[in-house]
Design a protein around this ligand. Structure first.
Ligand SMILES: Cc1cc2nc3c(=O)[nH]c(=O)nc-3n(C[C@H](O)[C@H](O)[C@H](O)COP(=O)(O)OP(=O)(O)OC[C@H]3O[C@@H](n4cnc5c(N)ncnc54)[C@H](O)[C@@H]3O)c2cc1C
Length: 433
């Protein structure tokens, strides 16, 4: 019997029928053909960092990423790197740095696999630069019939539109080509600000900074803001001890202890929030881009995140604050707010509209008590689009109403996977049968 697979947050599990870790595109194609002959579903997993059951492979052949991690090559003239789909982002970041290159933008962590991260639309924050999937220039994917297809903006463009951010529904990606640029430094400026001040200045803060984001601490009027902008140098990284103290010890070890106290004594959370929100002081540093974008996250939580149209963002945030104030919830985790420019990926949360991401979290094991349910109602009242890898309850009917190209994606799926080789319960819910 196979072992039970669990995701990072521990809120999803599945026992696959079979587990395999192909080491080449040929082995991957053979795996998919064999599964088709045995009439078994196939599910590729990345690093299990999705909170939804999108990667759950119950009863399926689970394709692990561990042996598909080679670097196929860097093309300096084209400004691209091609890597196999199971390569974790932290390895990609370091190999690019060694070649004096960098991705343009990325999310908060770097442990996901490249295909896992892009398949759910993983994003950071950016005025001009979008998600990781928006940085893909070509995809190599094995389809349900075992054929290996390559696609780009000019070759097989329809498949490219779907497969860059395909929810694992179209096939198993074997390799991805990303756009890269010469390595650059980012200057980070982190600063506490009041909630009303941030919202009042939101248009300006997001217009003058390349990467602006903030955390609002529920039960307080305080926020921690972050501005990251390109710098000509010199590099001025945080001293190693300070970086460890702030971004690992305080953000992980101390925070874990604080969250445990809050879970056991929810009544203490507003006081904890007051103290925690004051603990973040102003700081500045300049470092290689990926070191500024990402930091270790060890405290386990569950998360819901919605993208709302840019113009609705401050209204939604004010309503969210009022909702928390009216409730008797005790929320220890800050609410994270990020931005993205409109893009053209069919299932991107930022498709066709400038977007603001609003993310709510609960420490693992905390009773939900309606926080996510009510926040989701608020987000959907503003035509919000849920992150595909973060908790939500939306189905195909709702999603087809907020994604203009939903029908294009499902038509492509009908064409390349008519027998639903790559389906699971989550995909049946969000895409329809
Ligand atoms: C601590 C933490 C921090 C996070 N920070 C961010 C953030 O800053 N921004 C953000 O947007 N998200 C963030 N996320 C969400 C996370 O980036 C996404 O859920 C991402 O999809 C996880 O990647 P993974 O490699 O773990 O893939 P999994 O979760 O294992 O899989 C995700 C999807 O990819 C598919 N897939 C995997 N490999 C392949 C393949 N080879 N071919 C086809 N499909 C494949 C799976 O079938 C599944 O559908 C965070 C999550 C956690 C737990």
């Amino acid at each position: 019997m196979t072992e039970v697979w669990r995701n990072w947050a521990g809120n999803q599990s599945a026992r696959p029928a079979q587990v395999t870790a192909p080491g080449s595109v040929e082995e991957l194609a053979a795996t998919i053909k064999a599964a088709a002959e045995a009439d078994r579903p196939v599910k590729a997993v990345g690093s299990g960092h999705s909170f939804t059951a999108i990667a759950a492979a119950g009863d399926a052949v689970m394709v692990r990423p561990d042996r598909l991690t080679a670097v196929r090559g860097i093309d300096r003239a084209a400004g691209t790197v091609t890597v196999e789909s199971g390569l974790p982002l932290h390895r990609l970041n370091r190999l690019l740095a060694a070649a004096d290159l960098s991705l343009t933008n990325m999310g908060d962590i770097e442990v996901q696999t490249v295909a896992g991260a892009t398949s759910t639309g993983t994003h950071g924050t950016g005025r001009d630069s979008g998600s990781l999937a928006a940085q893909i220039r070509a995809v190599e994917i094995v389809l349900a019939d075992g054929s290996v297809q390559t696609c780009s903006a000019t070759e097989n463009p329809e498949l490219f539109q779907g497969a860059r951010l395909g929810l694992g529904a179209l096939g198993v990606i074997s390799a991805l080509t990303f756009a890269v640029e010469p390595m650059f430094l980012l200057s980070a400026h982190e600063k506490p600000m009041g909630f009303d001040e941030v919202l009042g200045d939101f248009d300006e803060l997001t217009a003058v900074n390349e990467h602006f984001e903030f955390y609002w601490f529920p039960h307080t009027d305080r926020c921690s803001t972050k501005r990251n902008n390109r710098s000509q140098g010199p590099a001025a990284p945080l001293p190693k001890f300070k970086a460890w103290l702030d971004d690992d010890f305080v953000s992980n070890t101390v925070w874990e202890g604080v969250c445990r106290v809050g879970r056991t004594f929810p009544g203490s959370i507003p006081t904890i929030a007051q103290v925690a929100s004051r603990a973040w002081s102003e700081r500045r540093f300049t470092d290689q881009a990926y070191r500024v974008y990402t930091s270790p996250r060890k405290v386990r939580f569950v998360e819901m995140e919605y993208a709302v149209p840019r113009e609705a963002a401050t209204t939604v945030l004010r309503e969210l604050k009022a909702l928390v104030e009216r409730s008797d919830w005790r929320i220890s985790f800050p609410v994270e707010v990020r931005t993205a420019p409109a893009d053209d990926l069919w299932l991107s949360t930022a498709n066709g509209r400038d977007s603001v991401y609003i993310a709510v979290h609960l420490y693992r094991g905390t009773r939900e008590l309606g926080y996510f349910t009510e926040v989701e109602k608020l987000m959907t009242a503003h035509r919000g689009r849920p992150h595909w890898g973060k908790l939500h309850t939306r189905d195909a009917e709702y999603l087809s109403s907020v994604y203009p190209h939903f029908g294009d994606f499902t038509a492509l799926r009908d064409k390349v996977d008519p027998e639903r080789r790559f389906a699971n319960d989550y995909l049946r819910r969000v895409l329809g049968a």
